[in-house]
Write a protein that binds this ligand. Structure first.
Ligand SMILES: [Zn+2]
Length: 239
């Protein structure tokens, strides 16, 4: 029987991916005293606005607001995940074996930014490889099997496989996103990007739309490759 150290490991290509896609869910589980670790594969050094240093400070602040104590910043090249794929898989395998999370979350592949899809693919391979005893046997801890890998939605409006109600946690989410001033604020010297051109409004609209489909105020959508196992059907249905 595997013992879990962390409840949730959420991996993003860039600092702000996890917050955009599942900040409400992270806030919710932190509030319920679950242990969460956020991992960012790149420092987003190619970002049109803000510097690496600024973005790191913003990410730290956002983590504090979400109640997340552990954040790991890796330094794979921005827009270079494809050529660093194997190294990134191995790094995530080591982190899975170290943090022993119950669930791993990664970006959904249907997204205008290719790095989000690459990050999801890297995590999928890592979740599998982490279970193989003879994979990286010298370099990391024992093999480890997470319970499930789920994908969160950054850009796009694909219909998700399941929803998490974030009605009580959306304010915390948006207070965390507000920390990424360099990305979402439209300053006089900012380059115009999708993020500073009404992105937050679109994100909130998506959450409200998903929420309304489930009879609640706001929800974040997730995807899975296998049907999720529900232990208590009556307990899981909200309305
Ligand atoms: Zn991103």
């Amino acid at each position: 029987m595997m013992s879990f150290n962390y409840d949730i490991m959420a991996v993003g290509a860039h600092p702000d991916d996890v917050e955009i896609g599942m900040g409400g869910t992270i806030a919710k589980y932190s509030r319920l005293d679950k242990k969460v670790v956020i991992i960012n594969l790149t420092e987003a050094e190619l970002s049109s606005n803000g510097t690496v240093e600024t973005r790191q400070k913003e990410a730290e602040k956002a983590c504090e607001r979400l109640g997340v104590q552990t954040r790991v910043q890796l330094r794979f090249p921005d827009r270079g995940l494809l050529e660093s794929r194997q190294k990134a898989i191995d790094e995530i395998v080591k982190l899975i074996r170290h943090y022993r999370p119950r669930l791993v979350f990664a970006p959904f592949h249907q997204d205008r930014h290719p790095d989000h899809g690459h990050c999801g693919d890297i995590c999928r391979e890592a979740v599998f490889s982490a279970t193989i005893k003879k994979y990286l046997p010298q370099e990391s801890n024992d093999r480890f099997q997470v319970q499930a890998l789920y994908y969160y939605q950054i850009n796009g409006s694909s219909q998700p496989d399941f929803l998490i109600d974030i009605s009580d946690d959306k304010e915390t989410k948006y207070s965390a996103l507000a920390c990424f001033k360099s990305q979402f604020n439209n300053e006089t010297n900012s380059l115009k990007t999708p993020l500073n051109s009404g992105y937050i409004d679109l994100l909130q609209a998506r959450e409200q739309l998903l929420g309304s489909e489930a009879g609640t105020i706001a929800a974040e959508g997730f995807f899975c490759e296998k049907p999720p196992l529900i232990h208590d059907l009556l307990g899981d249905i909200i309305k």
